[in-house]
Each structure stands twice: as structure tokens, then as C-alpha cells.
Design a protein around this ligand. Structure first.
Ligand SMILES: *[C@@H]1O[C@H](CO)[C@@H](O)[C@H](O)[C@H]1NC(C)=O
Ligand SMILES: *[C@@H]1O[C@H](CO)[C@@H](O)[C@H](O)[C@H]1NC(C)=O
Ligand SMILES: *[C@@H]1O[C@H](CO)[C@@H](O)[C@H](O)[C@H]1NC(C)=O
Ligand SMILES: *[C@@H]1O[C@H](CO)[C@@H](O)[C@H](O)[C@H]1NC(C)=O
Ligand SMILES: *[C@@H]1O[C@H](CO)[C@@H](O)[C@H](O)[C@H]1NC(C)=O
Length: 692
């Protein structure tokens, strides 16, 4: 009895923190759904390269179990209010008031190669042809599952902080905008993007790693807008590499107990395409300001560092992974102290604040500035060098075009106040004024600050540029007297970009997409000071206005799967193109199967395609060595005839060096929709082939 009591007391005294980690599959519908990010109508999915995962971290104050923080990093383009509300609704049903809008932070990694249609705000779902319930539900269920898993695995833990510089993995894609910031401010920084990889890690009493969260500012746009296979891009692959390294190389992606996130931060103007912008045909460096090339129709876009987008993704991912492993092996700083979190919904156009002076690092109390109703500028439609836009728009546009003005006015005319408020931005879409069919962009955003001892996490509802992020970290650091401040990007609600007021004047893509006007950042700087003070003083904070819910009136033009059929004299799962009988590392094995539509069953936590190895000839025992979530495999689905409903799935396996020799086969799983109704599973194998 006495011994028991001592163990309890000793454990709770040694470790005031309890931590649980969880991971779940959130892969969206793998075919025929538009990808979210590049706003390219033609970029619809037709298979999987890397599956999407939700990585959840639940932190509990060991002294007061009602003090909790949930941080989730999702392989998604961003997080949306609808998904978050539904996740919290389900958590409330299961756990009561333990998890609420106040303490659940969900941050998207910002991959541009995953299915969209889950945001509800009309402008964001427009390139996807509207709302897609399948994507929406995939996120809700998967995120919820990952949090439940983390909750059930809560255990006493320590938290440590570490960081390292990573060069050669990111560049600024709007360097001329960055130069608009005051020289005195720029002089404080060596680079025009952040080069620090920040890491927190959770360790058991015996120093085993439970989980790791890394933050490094870079757009997951190594996969470009021609990619049509679902991918978590550079940061997603870095997570898979790190999880393999810590869980063992034989662990399938998403199945290990150690969870490692590479979460988004102030990546607004940061590109992984480090070769920089070049002309499509001539290969010459394009004009930095206008991003124009000599030939008409010749586009200017950035790429690199690899020979193609897959190799570029792998190179950036490997740099992130190796840097994170280096930090992990170095001694860290213990983060002990109180746990807390505050949250507020903010109606941006109604905010009136004192502007921030980045030179003196003070707010100017003799001036007031305010937010605007949401609107997008012309340069938004130009896209960026990571994904050029579809129309004849150029970045840096500060004057309108009569045709587009007419289109714009037909949708909703900006008021005189809008025009003045957003100046010098020429308004392309006055999204804040459009009521049809429902909201086009959010007016109300979500702001949160969490702390664990001297570590502060500012969760922001959009893409802060490099300098915007630095200003936000500085004001939080100053207010809190804290040493470590990290910004969690694209959290909870998506409200596009946040450029500095100086960058805003240049009206490049990021500024044109700063939707509450030139003082958007000033409002956030004031708000996060207020939040940090409330957190420090343990003062109550008004919850703010609840964002609207129009989930009952969503528009969709995405057709459902009608039916599937196998070609004449064939069955679903038949292998119609067999692999070669002999292969060697470096080869790509290809097998094609008669398939059903993958939207019939998303196969979360499972796979459409496994590579299997024969372990024992006499028992015919096969072990699956890779799934469709592994880097080395690609699952490619193609509709053969919409009318007949026939389709094929091609599975590719790039055999890496070091693959053990032996007998292998490809195993395909799927489901077909019968023409008279019902969805039925099927599977099939390729012939056995030899790897030598
Ligand atoms: C524990 O935390 C909750 C939530 O912040 C608070 O209301 C409560 O007073 C705390 N209890 C103790 C014993 O400190
Ligand atoms: C896992 O694979 C990597 C790269 O191939 C290798 O360096 C490492 O030693 C392997 N780890 C284990 C535990 O086998
Ligand atoms: C995308 O990458 C591929 C190589 O993987 C390249 O051929 C293509 O030109 C790139 N397109 C754009 C728009 O970046
Ligand atoms: C504050 O703004 C006013 C009005 O624009 C300006 O005159 C003054 O110099 C500013 N004060 C500081 C401390 O920057
Ligand atoms: C700024 O706004 C506050 C609150 O609305 C108001 O009291 C103050 O007079 C305003 N100051 C200026 C300089 O307009």
C-alpha cells in the first residue's frame, strides 16, 4: 500500500506532463476530384503516390487533467471551419467538455496535391467544382480517429525543444516584395526566408521518443500543378522517412507508434523550387518583377532541385528529415512549466487597431487602422511561380481591366468603401459582398495561442509571409518574455495570405490574396498580443462571434460514381498486363488490373496496392512489404470508358537498391459498383516475379 502510494506520488512529481500521439489515414477520394492549392481546373486526381495522414498530439497537465492542448498536423492543403467543427462535435460526444474550440488546434501542412472541396467557402471549392462530401468526411473521420488514439495513449512524458539551420531547401518566391520592408528591419535578418527548423519532441521517462513535431517554412509545392497522384509532398515524405527511421524500416506508413509531423509555419512567400523562376522553353531566368518571358505564351515557373518533380520532392524531404534527425540527436532544452491555451474567433472587417512600426517595434497609438470586407486582387489570378495562373494576369497588377471589372461587377460590385479600404489593390472579386450561393471567403477567423512553459505556439488562420511571421513571433516573444515562439500555419480556418503592409503595396500574389486589406497583419499583431496577455494572466477571453454554418446549402457539381463493369470475359482483379518475370533493383515493375472506381471505397488504413514477398514456398506464405502509401509504389487509376464503366489500375514499383532478392507479386484490392446497385470488394494478384 505504502509502496503503491510512493510510486504514484513519485511519478506525478517527476513528470507534470502527460502526452499521447496518434496517427490515422485521411486520404481523400483518389480519382476524378480536383486538387486543392493551384486552383487548376485540369488538375484532378487519378491515383495515389503517398497517402495522407493526420498526426495528433494530446498534451495534458499532469497536475490538472482538465488543462489540455490538442495539436494536429494534417496532410491537407489547409484546415477549414466545417471540418474542425465536426471533429470537435464528435470529441464532445465522446469526452464531454475535455476538447473544445478553445483547445483543439488543427493545422494543414499545405500540400497542393490532395483532393479539395472540403472548405465550404465558395471561392475555395470553385476550382474543385464545388463541395465534395467524400473529402470532407475523410478528413473528419481521420482527424477524429487520430485524436482519439492520442487520447487513449496518454502517458507521463517530457517535452524538449531543439533547432538547427537548414540551407538549400527554400527560397523567397516574391523577393521584390520582401525588399519593400524597411531596410532597418531587414538588416536584422541574414536571409529573405527563415532557415531554422524548430522541433519539439516528447520523451518517456526512459528517454524513448513518443513523437516529434518539426516546423520549417516551405511550401509543399515540390510536386507541381501537372501532378495528378495524391501526395503529401516534401513535408509528408519527410514525416514518412522519420517515422520509418524511428519505428523500424519494416513498419508501413501510418502504422508505427512513433509519430513525426512536419507542420506548416510562415511559408507564405517561401518556395521549395530552389532553381528559381525560369522560362518554360528558353530555360532563361525570367524577369523578377513581372515574371515575363520573351516568347508570347511562354510561362515562367520555378522548379528544382531535382531533374523532375518526384526527385525534387525527395531531395527536399530528405534534407528536412536529415536535419530533424540531427536536431533529435542533439541535447534539447527542457520545456517545463504551466500548460495553457486561449482561442478567439475574430470578425476581421470590424477590427480597429493601432498600426505596428517594424522599425521601433511598437504600436503607434496616435493612429487607427481597420480591416476590410474580404476581397481578392487581380494578381491573385496570376498565380505564382510555383503554379502559374490560367488567365492573362500578371503579378504586381495595381490597375484593373474593364472586362474583368464587368465580370466582377456582375457577381458583386465592391462598394466605394471596399475600393478605398483595399487600395492600392484593384479588386477582382469582392468576395465579402457576395451572398450567392453562400459565403465566398470567411469574415470570421480563428486565433489561438498555446503555451507549454516557456514555449509559445501561435496558431494562425492562413499563410503568413516570412516577414509577417517574424513580426508576429517578435510581438508574442516580447509580450510573453518567452524565448521560443513558433507559428503554426494554416490552422483551423483558411483566410488566404497575410503580407506585411509594405509588401501589400507591391500587390504580388501574396498581397493580392491578403483579403482583409493592407492592415490585415496589424490586426493580427494586436490580437495575438491580447491573446498572449490573457494566457499569461489566466484572464477569461470572450469567445468571439461563431462563424456561420451553411453546411445545409452546399453546391456541388461533382458527379457520383455511376457504375463499374469488367470488360468482356474479364473479372475485376484480373491482371491484364503482367510484370516481367525477372527484375533487378533500379527497375520499375508494372502490373495492370481490371479495376473498379476507387471512390467506391477509400480503404483508409488499408491499401489499393501491396507488394508482397514470398516468405515460405511450401506454406504459400506471402508478406506485404510495401503499400500504396510507400514512396516506391504508385497506384494509377484510369477510366477506360465512362459509358461501359470499365477501368484499369496500374501499379508501379520502383525497386530500390538493397531490396532482398526473392519472389514477389503485386496484389491489387478494390471495390466495384454493380450497375443494379451495391458495392462489392474484389482483389487480384499478378504472376510471381523474381528480384535478383
Ligand atoms: C484546472 O483547470 C481548469 C480549467 O482551466 C480550472 O477551471 C480549474 O480551476 C483547475 N483546477 C485546479 C485544481 O487548479
Ligand atoms: C533503415 O533504412 C535506412 C536507409 O536505407 C538505413 O540507413 C537504416 O540503417 C535502416 N534502419 C534499420 C533499423 O534497419
Ligand atoms: C512540372 O514538372 C514536370 C517534371 O516532373 C515538368 O515536365 C513540367 O514542366 C513542370 N510543370 C510546371 C508547370 O511546373
Ligand atoms: C505615429 O503616426 C503618426 C501619424 O501618422 C506619425 O506622425 C508619428 O510619427 C507616428 N509615431 C511614431 C512613434 O512612429
Ligand atoms: C482610435 O480608436 C479608438 C477606439 O475606437 C478611439 O477611441 C480613438 O479616438 C481613435 N483614435 C484616433 C486617432 O482616431
Amino acid at each position: 500500500m505504502l509502496w503503491c502510494w510512493c510510486v504514484l506520488v513519485c511519478v506525478s512529481a517527476a513528470s507534470a506532463l502527460r502526452v499521447g500521439v496518434g496517427i490515422a489515414d485521411v486520404t481523400g477520394p483518389p480519382a476524378e476530384i480536383g486538387f486543392m492549392g493551384y486552383a487548376n481546373f485540369e488538375q484532378t486526381g487519378h491515383g495515389i503516390h503517398l497517402r495522407q495522414f493526420s498526426r495528433a498530439f494530446v498534451l495534458e497537465d499532469g497536475r490538472n487533467s482538465s488543462q489540455r492542448i490538442v495539436f494536429v498536423s494534417v496532410d491537407a492543403a489547409m484546415m477549414g471551419q466545417g471540418v474542425r467543427r465536426e471533429v470537435i462535435k464528435r470529441l464532445k460526444k465522446r469526452y464531454g467538455d475535455m476538447y473544445t474550440e478553445n483547445n483543439v488546434i488543427i493545422s494543414g501542412t499545405h500540400t497542393h496535391s490532395t483532393p479539395g472541396g472540403f472548405l465550404m467557402d465558395f471561392l475555395f471549392d470553385l476550382p474543385i467544382l464545388g463541395f465534395v462530401k467524400e473529402t470532407y468526411v475523410a478528413y473528419i473521420i481521420g482527424i477524429y480517429k487520430s485524436i482519439v488514439m492520442a487520447h487513449t495513449k496518454l502517458t507521463p512524458a517530457r517535452m524538449e525543444y531543439g533547432e538547427a539551420e537548414l540551407l538549400g531547401a527554400n527560397i523567397n518566391r516574391s523577393p521584390t516584395s520582401y525588399l519593400r520592408n524597411p531596410p532597418e528591419e531587414r538588416a536584422k535578418y541574414q536571409y529573405d526566408v527563415d532557415k531554422t527548423l524548430a522541433q519539439v519532441r516528447f520523451l518517456t521517462a526512459s528517454d524513448d521518443v513518443l513523437g516529434v513535431i518539426n516546423w520549417f517554412a516551405v511550401h509543399p509545392t515540390s510536386m507541381n500543378n501537372t501532378n495528378r497522384l495524391i501526395s503529401s509532398d516534401n513535408v509528408g515524405y519527410a514525416s514518412i522517412l522519420m517515422e520509418k527511421a524511428l519505428n523500424g524500416n519494416n513498419t508501413h506508413p501510418g502504422k508505427g507508434s512513433v509519430v513525426c509531423a512536419f507542420a506548416s509555419t510562415n511559408l507564405g512567400d517561401v518556395s521549395p523550387n530552389i532553381k528559381g523562376p525560369r522560362c518554360e522553353f528558353s530555360g532563361k531566368v525570367c524577369d523578377q518583377e513581372s515574371l515575363l518571358c520573351e516568347l508570347p505564351k511562354e510561362r515562367c515557373f520555378a522548379s528544382g532541385p531535382g531533374r523532375d518533380m518526384f526527385q525534387s520532392t525527395k531531395i527536399i524531404a530528405t534534407k528536412l528529415f536529415e536535419t530533424a534527425m540531427t536536431v533529435l540527436k542533439q541535447p534539447g532544452e527542457d520545456l517545463t512549466g504551466p500548460l495553457g491555451v486561449v482561442h478567439q474567433f475574430v470578425d476581421m472587417p470590424l477590427e480597429e487597431v493601432h498600426p505596428y512600426d517594424p522599425v521601433t517595434e511598437t504600436f503607434n497609438a496616435s493612429r487607427n487602422v481597420s480591416g476590410c470586407f474580404p476581397a481578392m486582387g487581380y494578381s491573385f489570378a496570376a498565380g505564382t511561380t510555383d503554379g502559374p495562373g490560367a488567365f492573362d494576369f500578371k503579378q504586381g497588377t495595381t490597375s484593373g481591366n474593364p472586362l474583368w471589372d464587368a465580370v466582377r461587377d456582375f457577381i458583386a460590385e465592391p462598394t466605394k468603401e471596399d475600393v478605398e479600404c483595399h487600395a492600392p489593390k484593384p479588386i477582382l472579386f469582392a468576395t465579402g459582398r457576395i451572398k450567392f450561393p453562400y459565403s465566398w471567403q470567411p469574415r470570421i477567423v480563428s486565433c489561438a495561442v498555446a503555451r507549454i512553459g516557456g514555449f509559445f505556439l501561435a496558431a494562425v488562420p492562413g499563410e503568413f509571409t516570412t516577414m509577417s511571421g517574424r513580426r508576429l513571433r517578435n510581438v508574442v516573444r516580447k509580450t510573453a518574455g518567452a524565448k521560443k515562439v513558433v507559428l503554426a500555419g494554416l490552422s483551423n480556418i483558411y483566410s488566404d495570405y497575410i503580407a506585411t503592409p509594405e509588401e501589400y503595396q507591391a500587390q504580388r500574389y501574396e498581397a493580392a490574396s491578403t483579403i482583409y486589406g493592407p492592415h490585415t497583419l496589424d490586426i493580427y499583431l494586436n490580437k495575438y498580443v491580447e491573446l498572449t496577455e490573457a494566457l499569461l494572466n489566466d484572464a477569461g477571453l470572450a469567445p468571439g462571434p461563431e462563424p456561420g454554418d451553411w453546411s445545409g446549402q452546399l453546391v456541388t457539381l461533382v458527379p457520383p460514381v455511376l457504375w463499374d463493369a469488367a470488360p468482356w470475359r474479364r473479372d475485376f482483379g484480373d491482371c491484364v498486363r503482367q510484370p516481367e518475370p525477372h527484375h533487378a533493383p533500379g527497375d520499375t515493375v508494372t502490373a495492370t488490373f481490371v479495376a473498379g472506381h476507387p471512390r467506391n471505397n477509400i480503404r483508409h488504413g488499408r491499401s489499393y496496392a501491396n507488394v508482397e514477398k514470398l516468405e515460405s514456398e511450401e506454406d504459400d506464405a506471402w508478406v506485404s512489404v510495401l503499400t500504396d502509401a510507400d514512396w516506391e509504389t504508385k497506384f494509377i487509376w484510369q477510366r477506360n470508358s465512362k459509358i461501359l464503366g470499365t477501368s484499369y489500375a496500374t501499379i508501379e514499383w520502383e525497386i530500390p537498391p538493397g531490396t532482398p532478392p526473392g519472389k514477389y507479386r503485386i496484389h491489387h484490392y478494390g471495390s466495384y459498383k454493380y450497375i443494379l446497385g451495391g458495392i462489392y470488394p474484389y482483389h487480384g494478384f499478378s504472376d510471381t516475379f523474381e528480384v535478383t
